[in-house]
Ligand binder design. Structure first.
Ligand SMILES: CCC/C=C/C=C/C(=O)SCCNC(=O)CCNC(=O)[C@H](O)C(C)(C)COP(=O)(O)OP(=O)(O)OC[C@H]1O[C@@H](n2cnc3c(N)ncnc32)[C@H](O)[C@@H]1OP(=O)(O)O
Length: 385
């Protein structure tokens, strides 16, 4: 269960809304930092279909959770992850191609769907806008090394063993490692040696190869350093950090010209954040002042814009809303909800009858031309005063 130590803000969303996980532990060791642990220690955290799916689900949720700014991923027990569950995972694959009731085209489509869904569960880590740090100990093989290749930063303890193991079970690796590894490390020759042979690689070799950026004497040290790193990241502007992750990912996959255009367009809006001023002032204070940053989203996700998250929260209380088209339909509903929410509302409509259900409001029955002028000037200024 995800326990939150404190809540803040009128649109606070409890993380108890995270789904219940069977094979994951999710905690919040520091403010704004989520800690996700693969939790099938008796099976060396090998990925059965349930755990595999839960990885995608948790990162999809954490991506949407505005209060979480960085994430640490680790394994519980003796290993990070021993790859696909050789019983349950392989059974799921063979059930498809050994099904005599299907022809080869249909089996292929079913397999494609399954592999694609397995891929997406790991790609959720890469797509999550918050930096993800993997803290690896013990075995990290097959599907496990695919998982960490989707992470932003990899730390390990000195006992870690890595292997691109797939050829040993008769598979060309298809859930990300072959596609991401050479974007992470600089040695195509060593990549090929490792992928063709499935041989074990020590933590020291992984460090020299560039797969992990730090090696620690013990798992405890590795985990503490990973959480400390996540906390450092979480204390920075989330607007700046998440824009940085998106830009680095984009730059990795595009030309310099394309990606420099990407950050140009991105920052023409994101640079206007209050975080810039706050960060600059903190920098000028030479560490005497610490900047505190608001969460980047006050609404959890787009699907919450059905009114339930926006209204009845108090955020409009005392503010002034100018609503055009307020005599009926959506305009009327919004006006009523805002009035109930404590806002001062100014309404305009083409029809002349005052609206009886909007007490205490200024009713503007504008003539057609006046209404258009009013609407235009409203759009030019802003809706909320
Ligand atoms: C479309 C999707 C395609 C995906 C492809 C993915 C491919 C891969 O992931 S390839 C890699 C597959 N994994 C393996 O080959 C590793 C198999 N396991 C081992 O070699 C050893 O267990 C290991 C070296 C990891 C650890 O050895 P250790 O002595 O520390 O532990 P064990 O006593 O062997 O294992 C403890 C219990 O865990 C169970 N277990 C370990 N790995 C797996 C696994 N991958 N799948 C299922 N179960 C696993 C092991 O059976 C023991 O359980 P129990 O017998 O009940 O005590």
């Amino acid at each position: 269960m995800f326990l939150r130590s404190r809540c803040s803000g009128v649109l606070y969303r409890s993380l108890s809304t995270l789904p219940a996980f069977e094979h994951l532990l999710v905690t919040e060791p520091k403010k704004h930092v989520a800690f996700v642990q693969l939790n099938r220690p008796d099976k060396r955290n090998s990925l059965n279909p349930k755990l595999w799916k839960e990885i995608g689900t948790v990162f999809d949720h954490l991506a949407e959770d505005s209060d979480i700014r960085s994430i640490v991923l680790a394994g519980s027990g003796k290993a990070f992850c021993a790859g696909i569950d050789l019983k349950e995972g392989i059974a799921k694959l063979t059930a498809i191609f050994q099904d005599d009731s299907s022809d080869v085209a249909r089996k292929a489509r079913s397999l494609r769907k399954l592999i694609s869904s397995f891929q997406n569960d790991f790609t959720a880590i890469e797509k999550c806008p918050k930096p993800v740090i993997s803290a690896v100990h013990g075995y990290c093989i097959g599907a496990g090394i695919n998982v960490i290749s989707a992470c932003d930063i990899r730390y390990s303890s000195s006992d870690a063993t890595f292997s691109i193991k797939e050829v040993d079970i008769g598979i060309a690796a298809d859930v990300g490692i072959l596609n991401r590894i050479n974007k992470i490390v600089g040695s195509d020759s060593l990549t090929r040696e490792l992928a063709y042979t499935a041989r074990d690689m020590t933590a020291q070799e992984a460090f020299e190869y560039g797969l992990v950026s730090r090696v620690f004497p013990s798992f405890d040290d590795c985990l503490s350093a990973s959480i400390a790193l996540a906390e450092t990241i979480a204390n920075k502007s989330p607007i700046a950090v998440q824009g940085t992750k998106l830009t680095l990912n984009y730059a990795r996959d595009h030309t310099i010209e394309d990606s420099i255009n990407f950050i140009l367009t991105w920052n023409q809006s994101q640079l206007q954040s209050e975080d810039l001023i706050k960060s600059a002032m903190a920098a000028m204070s030479k560490g005497k002042e610490k900047a505190e940053f608001a969460n980047p989203l006050i609404i959890k996700k787009a699907t919450d814009c059905d009114g339930s998250a926006m209204f009845n929260t108090g955020i409009f209380a005392g503010r002034t809303a100018f609503i055009t088209g307020a005599s009926r339909g959506i305009g009327k509903e919004i006006a009523l909800k805002l009035a109930k929410d404590g806002a001062n509302i100014v309404i305009a409509a083409k029809t002349v009858e005052a609206h009886p259900k909007l007490p205490g409001t200024i009713y503007t029955a504008a003539a057609e031309s006046e209404f258009d002028r009013l609407t235009a000037s409203c759009v030019r200024s802003c809706t909320f005063a």
